[in-house]
Ligand binder design. Sequence first.
Ligand code: ACM
Ligand code: ZN
Length: 764
Amino acid sequence: MRVQLYIKLLFILFLFGCTKIAPKPIAPNIIPKPLIQKLNNTTFILDEKTFIESNLKFKKIAFFLSTYFEEKHQLKLSTIKNKNTIVFEQDLSIENDEGYLLKVSSNKILITSKTVKGAFYAVQSLIQLLPVKTNAKTIAIQGLEIKDSPEFKYRGMHLDVARHFFSVNFIKKYIDLMSMLKMNTFHWHLTEDQGWRIEIKKYPKLQEIAAYRDETLVGHYSEQPQKFDGKKYGGYYTQKEIKEIVAYATERQITVIPEIEMPGHSQAAIAAYPELGCTGEQVKVAAKWGVFDNIYCPKENTFKFLEDIIDEVVTLFPGKYIHIGGDEAPKTNWKKCTHCQQLIKKEGLKDENGLQSYFITRMEKYINSKGKQIIGWDEILEGGLAPNATVMSWRGTAGAVEAAKQKHNVILTPASHCYFDHYQSDNENEPLAIGGFLPLEKVYSFQPIPEELTEEEAKYVLGAQGNVWTEYITTPEKVEYMVFPRAVALAEAVWSTSENKNYDNFIKRLEFFNKRLKSLDVNYANHLYEIKGELINLDKQLSYRLETSIKDKEIRFTTDDSEPKSTSPVYNNPFKINALKTIKAAIFDKNGNQLGQVFEQKITLHKGVGEKITLNTPPNEAYNAGGKQALINGISGSSSRYGDKEWLGFSEKDVEITIDFDKQTKLNSIATRFYNGNGQWIYAPKEVNLEIKLTNGKTISLKNKVKRTDSLLVNFSLKDFIPESENSKVDQIKIIIPNYGIIPENKQGAGHKAWTFIDEIIIN
Ligand code: ACM
Ligand code: ZN
């Protein structure tokens, strides 16, 4: 045996020593999916003999690529011309400025583009054809031809560095990751109530005072009583660091848009210079999250201050845009301020919204005079849009529609599809987030052009952006967790054509892309092996469906409360549910190894489950993950989060829920829960009214007050509401839930209408 083994070993050594085993290329898995990609039967061998040939125009890109080979693969290319080459060529006939051609054949990789940008994207695609990590001195690249160009010209990621501050190195990593995805704009949210993060030489107190807060809220805003950590927190980027980051981004074909918020979200600046506010009162840099009444007062000295800031900002950011915020500026102080009221009269403005429009328009004029354009959040539509402004639509897409119809450029960042600070999984173990629910598939499905726009109006849609607000994102690792892989999905949503988008195919490529992220030390979230369950009504038989995004693996499940094992039944089709059940399931690979976590769902079969439900108004797009049936699907929502797919959220409107019973039904009780997260503008209703249609033809109307409380969950239940004398069954029940109304003074969202969040309606 020994001798045999020795001979075998010798033989293997001989094989490796004498014959060159040709490396095999990896299969192309490029994200975002290129416009056209055709494989051929060749392989390009990249090694130390490979030479890069480029003219002066593409020298920097060529250098970027050779540096990449050196740093990632320890592969130093040849400095003398060789048969085996990577060639950069310009072709002015390529229509799209960001487009490129990439041809890989046995001895040549040809990159053709009109611009440096196009060449850079070709390089990014080429990099994705390389193995994730190898120190081999010979790398095989699959022969192919790619013709590629983006659908949208604005492809952005945002980062709030004010709620939490992130190092220069991390910002560079963020930019690197964006560039891998062919994103071209970094929206840098630099000023906030909780901190001012950009050095302004003329105003040193912005560095000394506005950049630091005394302490920070611990836990979620909705937790009562609120707790603080008692630790000073802050920091800012020096102008030198900002220039360094902008240069770094420019090399990666990314434009940086600075956001200097006005007139709202300015409490930190007002803490440093109280005269900028209406009251002149000394305030503190905010230590908790929310919307604050301390906004800039439109006085001459305020405009002088902001113009001075713009003067410094324009020297740091070579891009065309400056974002001026404009969102969430309560007019509480303006209403009480003599100066503000006189200005409204003097300028013939309609009201405080008119004054906001005056404010923004005046700043726009100044910014335009510096050769720059403004972008503002969709609130800048209120009171009239500044003449040249681009609108960033975040409160849904209505702002985008309105602005495009007014022939203004728009960028889509609706919370429903683009807020990466929301939860991405309804797993109870997810790290704390602000709320909401935005799973990967929903990001992937995002269509930036709102349906309401004509083809002509759609031309004003520049693209879309993922927003990353960092109230609850305290570390770089958590930024990565929240952003990846959702940014990967968004990248494809804005780059690839509709015909090229397919979620199952995306997921397969993502499984591979995740390995790339891992090699780059990115703390991405992995919910690929998560299972989703749904109660469905199949021919009046309640059944349960299990689903996962990874199609080539097995789901195994149990219904007897035991843990799923590699020997548990394999799920193929929906199975019948007849009684109260706990379903557990997990994904297993071919070798019987469990991937991901166990899915667990308790189903409470009550009399409403599977019946017909109608709503007078649809839930808000961002809080409608489960659809209307979620209200009577036997599954209750989370007790700590309102954003999962079992809660439905309604903005402003009164809600009427009608449940029609297929069979006449005897009823004794009805119960539900309301979320009452007042910090998020969510209020339980003041009353719940019922209209019950009885089988005997009568209708019973009931008005019920809901007890007021500060607790996060408000229960509502009613028993024995049908008088025994009626001795009747029920055909239909209508539940009328009037909106709480206007949020009172001194509360988050004061002056706005509240949101209503409703959980499972349990009927027995
Ligand atoms: C925003 O989320 N306040 C733009
Ligand atoms: Zn004022």
